[in-house]
Design a protein around this ligand. Structure first.
Ligand code: MLT
Length: 206
């Protein structure tokens, strides 16, 4: 069998349910978001790759030049590489296009996938996200559901940056809900609750 070129975990869930693509934050790995995903979507299939870029030994999904300053050539290259991985994994594990659940750097690569390879994702939950590209080309995101959750006191990813991402995705047709919690960069129980109810709404709408 052909090797899929990302270290990853796959957990099979109910075949009629959308799968989740789990994208961890800087320094995380393929195990990090599994407990969160199980709270949000207890019976969904989970596809969880580990970012291939190392920053001082910490896995990430693309290179950055400084905190919040991204190497945009690498963002493009890595978003395409990840989208190719998702295409292969879909065939290998017999799943439909997944909904991304990304945190921080993982949310940013998910946003880059939406902007560069929109057909690869059926939607996205972006926890602590910002625009991954300064001047992306227009894409068609007609009706793609996106939840963005920011922390009002987040010093790394300001809610204003997330609001810019929200309006960019909306301009391209996505159906975006942006919520700001009284939280910092770390996730809170309120993130889980918002993600759960958004997920349940998608399931009941589909
Ligand atoms: C990023 O690099 O994607 C963001 O600055 C978030 C982070 O990973 O710290």
């Amino acid at each position: 069998m052909e090797t899929i070129d990302f270290i990853h975990r796959f957990e099979k869930g109910q075949p009629e349910e959308r799968a989740l693509l789990l994208l961890h934050g800087t320094g995380g790995d393929e195990n990090d978001l599994i407990p969160l995903a199980r709270m949000v979507a207890p019976t969904a299939s989970l596809l969880s790759p580990r970012g291939k870029v190392l920053e001082n030994g910490m896995p990430r999904f693309f290179r950055r030049l400084a905190e919040g300053v991204f190497d945009e050539d690498d963002v493009r290259r890595r978003a395409n590489e990840l989208a190719d991985f998702v295409t292969d994994a879909r065939a290998r594990y017999s799943i439909a296009s997944p909904i991304a659940l990304g945190y921080s750097n993982g949310a940013n690569i998910a946003a880059a996938m939406l902007l560069l390879r929109p057909s690869e994702l059926a939607g996205a939950i972006l926890l602590r996200a910002m625009p991954p590209l300064a001047h992306p080309q227009p894409v068609k995101l007609d009706g793609v559901p996106v939840l963005i959750v920011s922390g009002a006191r987040d010093p790394i990813i300001r809610p204003e940056a997330a609001a810019k991402l929200a309006s960019l995705l909306e301009r391209y047709g996505a159906s975006v809900e942006h919520r700001v919690l009284p939280a910092g960069h770390e996730l809170s129980q309120a993130d889980v609750t918002l993600a759960q109810s958004w997920w349940n709404k998608q399931a009941s709408d589909s």
